[in-house]
Design a protein around this ligand. Structure first.
Ligand code: HEC
Length: 276
């Protein structure tokens, strides 16, 4: 099992001390597998989007933002993501993130890991912790149960807030990563990468291709690409943001027919050239 080396250097006595130093939060009910499996995924997703997604991505190979990417965080050593500058408190920590540890951490980061630089405006209420951690486990490859079917429910986030806040994980996913296209028109095919930019423009690794995007009043993300050096030369596509709000990476995530017989295969790949 990856990541156990760090813990093995510790005896049970040390672990006990860490547990005590970590404070009172451990006194709460443990998050059993049963509790986690039956938790409310949608509630957990909403809580994560509102409280965590501005600083954390979940998908495998997702970028580090203000906080580290959380893929594979559960049951692995704290402070162990490559390329993230942790506080001394987390980089020297000698414990694994169990669901209970995470519950204590998000209830009160400073009390649970003394010296951590993670600051959240307010602790996550106990009623949300189980569903949030269950959601994190599903989205970071730690759950032994399937992801529930996503429903396109209205989210009850403040409708006047900017898209970067209302759909922070979607926003980070589109604006920091690479959108990969394969357009097929009869026997012709073109493959290129596009980059959605926060100023509303779209650039591409093929210099002739340009575009722009906007979000309409139904929270559909609409964009146009033009200058494609192959028929159809340009196209427009719209999709509901909620359908994309759980960021994933794959070369082919969706398929559509933006124009006539043209088939578009779209995907999102981690990172983009020139990004940190
Ligand atoms: C304002 C930015 C911010 C927000 C919001 C935030 N975090 Fe963090 N998070 C961080 C930073 C920074 C660290 C690294 C802390 C350190 O090094 O001490 C971190 C670390 C973590 C870790 C440990 C990761 C590891 O590799 O050891 C977990 C788990 C975590 N956060 C979960 C959450 C959850 C769940 C939420 C939502 C309730 C959340 N965070 C909200 C910034 C944030």
């Amino acid at each position: 099992m990856p990541g156990w080396g760090k813990r093995r250097s510790m005896g049970p006595v040390c672990l006990l001390i860490v547990g005590v130093a970590a404070g009172t939060a451990f006194a709460q009910d443990r998050l059993s597998d049963e509790v986690l499996q039956s938790a409310d995924y949608t509630r957990g997703r909403l809580a994560f989007q509102q409280r965590c997604s501005a600083c954390h991505t979940l998908a495998n190979r997702g970028s580090n933002l203000a906080g580290p990417n959380l893929w594979d965080v559960v049951n692995n050593p704290a402070g162990s993501k490559d390329g993230f500058a942790y506080s001394a408190a987390l980089s020297r920590a000698e414990f694994d993130w169990t669901p209970d540890r995470i519950a204590a951490f998000i209830a009160d980061p400073a009390a649970s890991v003394v010296g951590t630089t993670m600051m959240i405006p307010e602790g996550v209420p106990e009623a949300d912790r189980g569903s949030m951690i269950s959601f994190i486990m599903v989205e970071t490859g730690a759950a032994g149960w399937p992801r529930p079917e996503p429903e396109l429910a209205e989210s009850d986030v403040d409708p006047d807030a900017p898209i970067s806040e209302r759909y922070a994980s979607f926003w980070n996913h589109m604006m920091k990563n690479t959108t990969h296209y394969r357009l097929v028109n009869g026997g012709d095919e073109i493959v290129f990468d596009a980059y959605f930019n926060t100023d509303g423009s779209v650039s591409a690794n093929n210099e002739s291709i340009r575009g722009f995007w906007r979000v309409d009043e139904r929270d559909f993300f609409c964009y146009a690409l033009y200058g494609i050096p192959m028929a159809p030369f340009e196209f427009v596509e719209c999709f509901p943001i909620v359908a994309m709000s759980i960021p994933r990476f794959a070369e082919e995530l969706w398929q559509s027919n933006p124009v006539g017989d043209v088939t578009l295969h779209g995907g999102i790949l981690p990172g983009r050239p020139g990004a940190l």
